[in-house]
Design a protein around this ligand. Structure first.
Ligand SMILES: Nc1nc2c(c(=O)[nH]1)N[C@H]1C(S)=C(S)[C@@H](COP(=O)(O)O)O[C@H]1N2
Ligand SMILES: [Mo]
Length: 196
């Protein structure tokens, strides 16, 4: 059996960081003991994902116009054409809208370089702005909101990896970072001290 030993990095207000290394809690991850470099043990709860019934996706960060999106905004076509996703991404079914149509509404600021797609489970993908031209938001299957990936799922068809298809996107954030940074994905690995 593979044992996962996650490490959580906490950035402190004075910009120093503390790394917490999980000891052996992943067999049944309800509670974990965490050891700090000072050999102090902390007990921390693992966040459980609460089933989400409200459809809410927010657009934040370096944009002309922040936006709060509901299901009706997607099905009305306000965000752009309603596209059958299968011809675009053959392994998926449902209705999607291009991210590029969202860009016209929110107008990313010139200094923004990337968009971060935050999922409700702390998974995230960071895409360079150029890659957004070939990215879609899947929001409907069989005339209903998604069962898997609710509220919306990012699809990057020619993405270098299926892993970029972030499920349960709840926030799209425009940021300025190293312009050369390529698309990447993963679980967010920093938590603020307040979140511990
Ligand atoms: N929210 C969220 N999205 C995610 C992931 C995840 O753990 N959480 N895993 C990614 C990875 S690594 C892959 S390979 C695909 C798997 O998609 P599937 O569940 O449809 O097979 O989802 C991606 N999107
Ligand atoms: Mo993956």
């Amino acid at each position: 059996m593979t044992r996962l030993i996650p490490i959580i990095t906490v950035k402190l207000a004075n910009h120093s960081t503390i790394k917490f290394r999980f000891q052996s809690c992943m067999d049944f991850p309800s509670f974990c003991d965490v050891q700090s470099p000072q050999d102090t043990y902390y007990r921390t709860g693992v966040k459980f994902q609460v089933a989400q019934d409200a459809f809410h996706v927010v657009v934040r960060g370096l944009v002309e116009r922040e936006l709060d999106l509901e299901y009706s905004d997607f099905i009305s076509g306000k965000l752009g054409p309603l596209l059958d996703v299968t011809p675009i991404v053959p392994s998926f079914t449902g209705i999607a809208t291009p991210v590029s149509s969202l860009l016209e509404i929110i107008q990313p600021l010139a200094e923004s370089t990337h968009a971060v797609f935050h999922a409700s489970d702390d998974f995230q993908a960071v895409l360079p702005k150029a890659d957004l031209q070939n990215a879609y938001l899947l929001f409907q299957q069989e005339d209903k909101p998604l069962k898997k990936g609710f509220p919306v799922r990012l699809l990057v068809p020619d993405g270098h990896s299926e892993c970029l298809n972030v499920k349960s996107v709840v926030k799209i954030e425009f940021v300025q970072t190293d312009p050369g940074q390529k698309a990447e994905f993963g679980f967010r690995n920093t938590v603020s001290p307040e979140e511990l």
